[in-house]
Design a protein around this ligand. Structure first.
Ligand code: PHE
Length: 344
């Protein structure tokens, strides 16, 4: 037994002396020291010996085991150190590894820019639910059930098991305007707020239409809010987004929740108003729906229309991002395509 042990000791020491890399050390570790390795098996075999023999060989065996383990660790550490050093490039001026970083979505970038502008004007930035009640999305905004204006904003209707009257039906909100009512109810007047968010409509999807898109709503309510306030705010937004030379033109348009209602159009920033493909040769870009808040809507928000007046506007945030970055297909935004997203 003792000879066998001495033999194994010599063998391992010799091998350890000859190793040239960590890989070789690991092989030795496996061959002798692993659970089924030769040394471990030998030591396990000691328990079957007679008591005398066990005493005699056991002590020596543990001594040898310790000696070999120490030696192995020493050599292993030495080689790990050496090989670690070998990984350091000779030329320390070589560029380092580039860590890939995530970035903001183009819509988020524009949204933050707009939030900053309105915060500087003293507006609150609010939020509203994407799954809305039929009441907030339509009825409270002066679009009663069966009103034809509902047809223009068909959406995804969601079954509400608790409903007792139609107003409690749930819809994926078709615009951010329902948040107007929520804001009025919660904060009363005077009130200045914008509400950015995701909206949904039943669309046959193509390069200009998407079932999921972003808007941001704005409203300002007080004692004497009038059309000139609206015009100046919309002008400011246009200049901020598209530059100082941007003009605004407002044309009448019907929205049930504003009176008078209008469409805000800005000088096409691409052709400076001369007419091009983007503005369909008109020189103007239609970007915002706006108007003075209809008295019925103020009432629905719990405000007295004889005391307060207000303005409201709704920008297509997705549309703004498309214009700002020259994106010609709205479907890119929700595609999750990294080739698209990494450009911002
Ligand atoms: N909610 C309207 C839309 O989605 C936009 C709008 C908002 C118009 C506020 C007037 C006032 O088309």
């Amino acid at each position: 037994m003792k000879e066998k042990l001495q033999e194994m000791r010599q063998e391992v020491l010799k091998k350890l002396q000859e190793v040239k890399n960590v890989e070789a050390i690991k092989e030795i570790e496996l061959k002798y020291f692993s659970r089924k390795g030769e040394l471990s098996t030998f030591l396990r075999g000691l328990k079957d010996l007679s008591l005398d023999l066990k005493k005699e060989v056991g002590g020596l065996a543990n001594q040898v085991k310790k000696e070999l383990e120490d030696k192995l660790l020493e050599i292993k550490t030495e080689f790990l150190h050496k090989e670690g050093q070998a990984n350091i490039p000779d030329d320390l001026t070589l560029p380092g590894k580039i860590l890939t970083r995530g970035g903001l979505h183009p819509i988020t970038i524009i949204q933050q820019e707009i939030e900053d502008l309105f915060i500087s004007l003293g507006f609150m930035v609010l939020d509203g639910p994407e799954l809305e009640s039929d009441y907030f999305n339509f009825t409270a905004l002066n679009i009663p059930p069966l009103h034809p204006a509902r047809d223009m904003q068909d959406t995804f209707y969601v079954f509400n098991p608790q409903k007792k009257i139609q107003d409690l039906d749930l819809v994926m909100r078709t615009h951010t305007s329902p948040a107007q009512i929520r804001a009025m109810k919660k904060y009363g007047a005077p009130l200045k707020a914008i509400i950015p968010g995701r909206c949904f409509r039943n669309e046959a999807t193509d390069a200009r239409h998407e079932h999921t898109f972003y808007q941001f709503e704005g409203l300002m309510i007080g004692n004497n809010i009038n059309f000139s306030n609206l015009k100046s705010i919309l002008e400011l937004v246009g200049k901020k987004l598209f530059g100082e030379n941007t003009n605004l033109r407002m044309r009448p348009k019907f929205y049930p929740f504003v009176e008078p209602g209008n469409n805000g159009e800005y000088t096409c920033f691409l052709c400076s108003g001369k007419g091009c493909r983007v503005c369909k040769q008109s020189g103007w870009l239609e970007i915002v729906g706006a108007g003075l808040i209809h008295p019925s809507v103020l009432l629905a928000g719990g405000l007295d229309p004889s005391k307060y007046s207000g303005l409201a506007f709704g920008f297509g945030l997705t549309r703004l991002a498309m214009l700002k970055y020259g994106i010609n297909d709205v479907r890119f935004f929700n595609s999750g395509d990294l080739k698209f997203l990494e450009q911002f």
